[in-house]
Design a binder for this molecule. Structure first.
Ligand SMILES: *Cc1c(COP(=O)(O)O)cnc(C)c1O
Length: 368
């Protein structure tokens, strides 16, 4: 028998399955890269904001030096925007990094982490990575069942992950229900409220959850520049929490976890309200375009508050994989979610109108 390395809990981890890159699909299926439509990773169809491109060009001259380990300018900009002191902010190499840092900072092997069935895959990875026990609470209508999650917190629980809106299902929890949950959670349990899609919410659903961190010393609010801000490739996210939490997170994070270009681009994007508004408008119209097609075809979908829609493409367990393959052959990349326990479903990121139309046409062919 060959030598086994590492702890059991590391060997038990199922690696994260990322969306297929365009170049890989082009190679595999003999397609022209330019003809491929990628609606697989909830990326911003407008790409990088022009304001961020300019900021990066200016910052590139300094790449011979290490980044600002404390992210002074970005933290200052975030502190002003969210009306919290700068030392309440932790920067991350994407918000995935924030989720990992939180697991390492607040949980030790043998303790427990609570999260929902059908919630973001990284919660399981972060939990397993520290050798903690996962308490996975059954979803309700494909979203978080907060009452059941509160009840599931046991004496070993140190951390709860909540995604709002949730990925991959797109469900949304109104502010009043989250606050009722926070009021119930023991003060020794840290809650990470992961709001990666917050900027896509309609004004009537927007709530400045960063203000809850004043009231709840055990709350960390996590946000990202990967989605609405169009900077997924740069890897920059951030967390807001009280110093007792951020101090521990700061000890765990890598000193230079956010690179110089990412810091500069994020400051520019944060102040680019026009880019966010354009993205939100495109997203709302694209959502209507996709669900109108699903209604026409007669496909079930989960009403979504993010920049993607979960749609059921067949009744059998092989439906998601089969339709996904038929779409790939036509040069359309979406996300199969079998690994989430949703083998009949596909997650479609909302693109530009012409990308959505290409997907709809390919879907109709794939189903016929
Ligand atoms: C995309 C996503 C993230 C963040 O990804 P990063 O690129 O690492 O910032 C975090 N949480 C959820 C629920 C997501 O869907």
């Amino acid at each position: 028998m060959s030598q086994q390395f590492g702890p059991d809990y590391v060997r038990a981890i199922a690696p994260y399955q990322a969306g297929k890159p365009i170049a890989e699909v082009a190679r595999e299926f003999g397609l022209d890269e330019a003809s491929i439509v990628k609606l697989a990773s909830n990326e911003n169809p407008f790409g990088v904001p022009e304001s961020s491109r300019q900021a990066m060009a200016a910052a590139a001259a300094e790449l011979g030096r290490y980044p600002d380990a404390n992210g002074f300018e970005l933290k200052a900009a975030l502190a002003a925007r969210y009306e919290v002191p700068a030392d309440w902010i932790t920067l991350g190499n994407g918000s995935n990094d924030i989720l990992e840092i939180a697991a390492h900072a607040f949980v030790q092997a043998g303790q427990a982490v609570v999260y929902s069935q059908y919630s973001f895959a990284v919660y399981a990875l972060a939990t397993q990575g520290v050798g903690a026990r996962a308490i996975v609470v059954p979803a309700r209508d494909y979203g978080h069942d907060l009452d059941a999650m509160a009840a599931a917190i046991d004496a070993d629980t140190r951390l709860v992950f909540i995604a709002n809106p949730n990925n991959p299902t797109g469900t949304f929890i109104p502010a009043a229900r989250i606050e009722a949950f926070l009021a119930q959670v023991p003060s020794s349990v840290v809650v990470v409220l992961d709001e990666a899609y917050n900027e896509y919410l309609a004004p009537e659903h927007q709530f400045e959850s960063s203000q809850w961190v004043r009231k709840y010393p055990n709350l960390v609010v996590s946000r990202t520049f990967s989605k609405a801000y169009g900077l997924a490739g740069l890897r920059v996210g951030f967390a807001i929490g009280q110093p007792a939490l951020t101090d521990l997170m700061n000890r765990i994070r890598q000193p230079f976890n956010v690179n110089s270009l990412a810091q500069a681009a994020a400051v520019a994007a944060l102040n680019d309200r026009a880019f966010l508004a354009k993205g939100a408008a495109n997203n709302a119209a694209g959502y209507r375009q996709l669900v109108a097609a699903f209604d026409e075809i007669g496909l079930e979908y989960v009403p979504s508050y993010g920049n993607f829609v979960l749609v059921k493409v067949g009744a059998d367990e092989g439906a998601g994989a089969r339709v996904n393959l038929a779409l790939l052959k036509q040069g359309v990349i979406v996300r199969p979610v079998g690994a989430y326990g949703l083998p009949q479903w596909l997650r479609i990121s909302i693109g530009l109108p012409e990308e959505n139309a290409a997907f709809i046409a390919a879907l109709k062919k794939a189903l016929s």
